[in-house]
Design a protein around this ligand. Structure first.
Ligand code: NAI
Length: 711
């Protein structure tokens, strides 16, 4: 677990090497073992200096979030938090020099151990990540990070790192002052020992424990400090809209803690740590961002007993916006791509898109020229279907048209092996219907990517009626291979993500038709944690596209079509007012060239607004926008369109930007309580329409007192 040895020069080495794990973490096993090793080294007079390092390729990944989830109640959390603080404090109070030999990634609690050491030497390992990412899962560094980092590099430099949870390479960490030296990996331990042997007594005292210590860059109450905190606080409040208490708590914790000495600062930090851990936002983010996405990436729901498929060659049909992006993401993952379009020029254009992205990556120093050339070399742009021979998978991203899709399916299946997978990236056409054009419907599946493909991490995998478990499992292997996150859904109109996302936009448009102030609607959307308000989003998606898909759905469903409360407004915007969205510079907003967008001044004339005193509260508008998404997601669960609450949550966050602090569309129900949610939906169904009526299984859950998640 923690190896301990002392050499003939009196240098003790405490090396983390937790059995059965690829990464060391702070948990209920390693913490006491580390504390024991520290005590031994500190208490032994024969030990002159201590090296803390790791026997694994990485240093320490941070605290085990399962351990944190197991700490019940504020008191236990405070107790455990303070114990950890005191153990780290014993490092800097050891009265002998302690050095961190950071061989690889050191994050969160792992880096906090380094901060407590008197000296930090990192191996020159460009893959290593150093930083305090706690804020990204709604937490606050609780092992001294908010106190030692500002004391080491100054408040101004520390705050962005703490508030954004950014991690740096060793080289950048050196520039930022977070580590003292970067050395070749092979020399790391020798350099650490050399520093210890040369250390003077004052080197074994932290700067903040020395008389006359001054915070680099000034104290919080200096004029510069006041500026940082006042402006920073205002900016943070605007950016987070009250949805991310961890960031505000970090800010307060740094401010308060840096006004006092380190021992009191650490107590303040533990108080804020406990407060932050207890927030629903932290619980939601840990559940969905860490465990939910983590499990999806590990393919937790992959059908068992099917051998893992490796991919060497993938065909992509249609080199337009989506096809070009899919080709890029596949080639970057080391897989050969045959990119086919109707003519050579179109295929070449698709390949040129990858070239552009690769050049950008090289320009920013994120990729070497050799690697970029190798990636580009993997993409063959062509019109020749014969080149698909040997592909394990073909993904079509041609026009959204059944006949064209059927045609390219046939052409591909004539060439590819019997067991190869054929996938469609359709955004609206049911997979089972498209599979009718296939000779091997068991091998036919939907792989729904999001735009822009290179940036969007989610892939919705859609099983048609005849899709086999083997095809599903192997398709999941592909999604993992290109380092994206899969969720598995069943065939249905709009699948899962587009269907629920549509309710957010429609509800916003419906409210406009009711006379609710459009500025209030979009502000509430942002306050709900969505990246943009529903009206602005409608403009971005394009109102004429919403109109087209709506008409298509109406035609397809005939009598079964359930009119949406946004229908009349969408029709009026397109047919009467000719305002189709951002693309044409005019939708619900105006987009002046070179200027900032603003709500269309005549909106109120065409959609009369209620008088001020009849406008709803912002809380009610937020609730409508959030609950309509959650109730539709619950319906998707009931219909087995999305199969697990975890997938529903992950899909809502990664697919359409549902607030991570709310944990996703199902976590939202979980957080407010199923019974409260059902009662509120009943009220809203009365007030706004049957679309809010909760599905029966939610009522059953409420009456039985069931919850979606354990915590
Ligand atoms: P696009 O119009 O940019 O690209 C389509 C490409 O297919 C064009 O380059 C076209 O020349 C090519 N093509 C047409 N017929 C062909 C044929 N018979 N053989 C070979 N190539 C042919 O369209 P986009 O946006 O890339 O969409 C492609 C598919 O992806 C559609 O099914 C769309 O519904 C779906 N999709 C689109 C998303 C988006 O955000 N645009 C998101 C997710 C899915």
């Amino acid at each position: 677990m923690i190896n301990y040895s002392v050499d003939t020069d009196g240098i003790a080495t405490i090396s983390w090497d937790m059995p059965g794990r690829s990464m060391n973490v702070l948990n209920n096993d390693s913490i006491p073992a580390f504390a024991g090793a520290l005590e031994k080294a500190i208490g032994d007079d024969a030990v002159k200096g201590i090296i803390i390092t790791s026997g694994k390729p990485d240093f320490i990944a941070g605290a085990d979030l399962e351990m944190l989830q197991g700490w019940k109640g504020a008191e236990e959390m405070f107790q455990n938090g303070m114990e950890l603080q005191m153990m780290f404090r014993s490092i800097e109070k050891a009265k002998k020099p302690v050095v961190a030999a950071i061989n690889g990634t050191a994050l969160g609690g792992g880096f906090e151990i380094c901060l407590a050491c008197h000296h930090r030497i990192a191996a020159d390992n460009p893959k290593a990540k150093i930083g305090l990412p706690e804020v990204k899962v709604g937490l606050l560094p609780g092992g001294g990070g908010t106190q030692r980092l500002p004391r080491l590099i100054g408040i101004q430099a520390a705050l962005p790192l703490l508030l954004e949870g950014k991690h740096l390479s060793p080289e950048k960490a050196l520039k930022a002052g977070m580590v003292n030296a970067v050395v070749p990996a092979n020399d790391l331990l020798a350099e650490a020992k050399k520093w210890l042997l040369n250390a003077k007594p004052e080197d074994a005292v932290q700067p903040w424990d020395k008389k006359g210590f001054r915070l680099p860059g000034g104290i919080p109450m200096s004029p510069g400090g006041m500026m940082t905190f006042t402006a920073g606080n205002a900016m943070l409040r605007e950016k987070t809209m009250g949805n991310y208490p961890a960031a505000l708590n970090i800010m307060s914790c740094v401010y308060e803690g840096c006004c006092v000495d380190i021992d009191n600062g650490l107590k303040i930090e533990t108080r804020y740590f406990v407060k932050t851990c207890g927030t629903p936002e932290a619980k939601n983010m840990i559940r969905s961002l860490f465990f939910g996405i983590g499990n999806a990436n590990k393919l937790a729901s992959r059908p068992k007993d099917i051998p893992t498929q490796t991919f060497t060659k993938v065909g992509v049909l249609g080199a337009g916006m989506m096809g070009a992006g899919i080709a890029y993401s596949t080639a970057v993952a080391g897989i050969d791509v045959v990119l086919i379009d109707r003519d050579q020029a179109a295929a070449d254009k698709g390949k040129a898109y990858s070239e552009k992205l690769l050049q950008k990556a090289v320009g920013r120093g994120r990729m070497s020229q050799e690697k970029a050339e190798a990636v580009l070399g993997r993409i063959t742009a062509t019109t020749d279907y014969a080149l698909l021979d040997g592909a394990e998978l073909v993904i079509e991203a041609v026009f959204e048209n059944r006949e064209i899709k059927a045609d390219v399916t046939g052409k591909s299946e004539a060439v590819i092996a019997e067991d190869a997978i054929f996938a469609s990236n359709t955004s609206t056409l049911p997979i089972s219907g498209l599979a009718e054009a296939s000779k091997r419907p068991a091998n036919f599946i939907g792989l729904h990517f999001f735009s822009p493909v290179d940036k969007m991490p989610l892939v919705e995998i859609i099983c048609g009626k005849e899709t086999s478990q083997e095809t599903l499992a192997r398709s999941m292997d592909y999604v993992k291979a290109i380092r994206k996150t899969p969720i598995v859904v069943n065939d249905s109109r709009g699948f899962y993500t587009s269907r629920v996302f549509g309710t957010y936009v429609n509800e916003g448009i419906a409210m406009l038709a009711e006379g609710i102030n459009p500025a209030l609607i979009d502000m509430a959307g942002k306050m709900s944690g969505m990246p943009v308000g529903p009206l602005a989003l409608a403009d971005e998606v394009a109102i004429d596209l919403i109109y087209k898909v709506r008409n298509q759905t109406r035609d397809d469903l005939g009598d079964k079509y359930i009119p949406s409360p946004s229908d009349a407004t969408v029709t009026k915007m397109v047919e009467e007012l000719n305002r189709v969205g951002k693309r044409e510079g005019k939708g619900f907003y105006d987009y002046p060239e070179g200027g900032k967008k603003h709500l269309w001044k005549e909106l109120g004339t065409h959609f009369p607004q209620l008088p001020e005193d009849e406008q709803p509260s912002v809380e009610e508008v937020i609730k409508r926008l959030l609950y309509i998404q959650s109730v539709e997601t619950a319906r998707c669960l009931e219909e087995n369109v999305v199969t697990t609450p975890e997938d529903a949550d992950v899909g809502s966050i990664l697919g359409w930007g549902f607030a991570p602090s709310r944990g996703g569309a199902i976590s939202q129900i979980h957080t407010v309580g199923v019974d409260n949610f059902v009662a509120e939906c009943d009220r809203m169904a009365q007030a706004y329409g049957a679309r809010f009526t909760p599905p029966q299984f939610l009522r059953d859950m409420a009456s039985k007192g069931e919850t979606f998640y354990a915590a």
